[in-house]
Every structure is written in C-alpha cells, then in structure tokens.
Design a protein around this ligand. Sequence first.
Ligand SMILES: C[S@@+](CC[C@H](N)C(=O)[O-])C[C@H]1O[C@@H](n2cnc3c(N)ncnc32)[C@H](O)[C@@H]1O
Length: 228
Amino acid sequence: MLAGLTAGGIAEPAVAAVLFGVGWPIPAVVLLIGGVMLAAGAALFAHTTLRGKFRVWDAELDRLDLRGDEQVLDVGCGRGLVLLKAAARVPRGRAVGLDLWTRDQSGNSQEAASANARAEKVADRVELVTDDMRALPFEDGTFDLVVSSLAVHNIPDADGRAAAVREAFRVLGPGGRLRLADFRNVRDYAAVLRECGAADVQVYDLGWRFWYGGPHARTSMVAAARRP
Ligand SMILES: C[S@@+](CC[C@H](N)C(=O)[O-])C[C@H]1O[C@@H](n2cnc3c(N)ncnc32)[C@H](O)[C@@H]1O
C-alpha cells in the first residue's frame, strides 16, 4: 500500500506537468491535487509504521501504570512491537507473545521476535508461543494484561474473530485488563466483550499517529477489564 501511495504521489504530479505543458490545465490541476493527496497519504503511512504506532503504544502502556510483576500476553505479537514494550515494563513479570507467524507482517518469524527481545534486553522475561489466537493454550485467568495490535482482523471470518476476542477475555484474571487495537471490526469486538460480561468496555480513536494513509484507515482501541 505504501508503495502504491508513493508511486501515485510521484506519477500524478509528473503527468500533471505534461498536461499543463500541452495546454490542458483543468485535468492537470485535478491530477496535481490527487498526487498531493497520495503523497500526503504515503507520508502519513510511513510515519505510522516507523514512529507513530510505537509512540501510541508507549502512551497506552504508560497509562496502565503497571506494577512491574504482571503476567502479560500479546496476541498476534509478530516481531514484537507491543510485546517488547510491555516486557520492558514488567521486569519482575513475564511477557508471552503468541503468533502463528503468518505473512501478515514482513519478516515475521519466531526467530525475528526472539532476536528483537535479545536486542531490547528483555529476553529473560519473554516467552514465545506458536499457536492460534482462536484457541489459546492457557488456563482461564492466567494473565493480568492482554494486548493485541492489528492482529485480530487477519482472521477472515466474524465467528473466528469473535472466538479470538472471547479467548483473550477468558485468559484474563480478576481485575485484568485488555487493550486491543485494530483498524476494522472494533465495534464487533466490543460487543463480544460485553456479551462476555467485561467491565469498562470502551472504544476510542488512537489519533492521526495511527492512521495508515489517512482518516479512512484509522486505528481504534478496544479497552476492557475483568471485574475483580
Ligand atoms: C499485522 S501483524 C501485527 C503484528 C504485531 N502485533 C505488530 O503490531 O507489529 C498481524 C499478526 O497476527 C498474526 N496472526 C494472524 N492470524 C493469527 C492467528 N489466527 N493466531 C495467531 N496469530 C495470528 C500474524 O502472524 C501476524 O504476526
């Protein structure tokens, strides 16, 4: 997608210049405006990927005010963006990353996540598990915090996504908290959590720093808790 936005952002102004040259100003202006919008989308997309989503998750995790001894699960952890940030905040706890390591992320693998954990100096408390988020291999109530970023939408069917959300809630212990970020289906996730009896279910926008190219591809957070 980034490549498409960038290519359009370059090609459209180039064609517009040619159209100006041959005396077709109106189509040239239309193309120029389109090109500027595509270039802006590419810049926003790149910012989100390289910096924005990191800052947003830092703020979200800081707001949780963790004690440092929590058990944390990252569902669909990929190369470890959120997992490792959470691990850094639980020096006396444990951070488990679960993934099937599919191609939804470039360079995705358990080895890549493991190498990143070593590079971030949190490998001592990080555990990586290869499994499916629709049937988590953990007992009820194992975790104090379950996080997930842009992972649940990868499940193609609504029943599967609902199963993943139910599982994320099932493994939360009393008073445990859930933070699930995604750019699609978030209202459905919130409805599933309400059906499960979750407390404090909220959906909120994560702002422009988590836009993938523009406001049409914004990311929202679903927050919930298990009653103490
Ligand atoms: C877009 S990546 C996001 C990775 C990471 N959370 C991040 O924000 O960088 C989505 C991840 O979900 C994983 N995934 C997709 N379907 C899954 C499933 N059914 N069970 C577990 N992981 C899954 C993919 O392998 C991929 O690592």
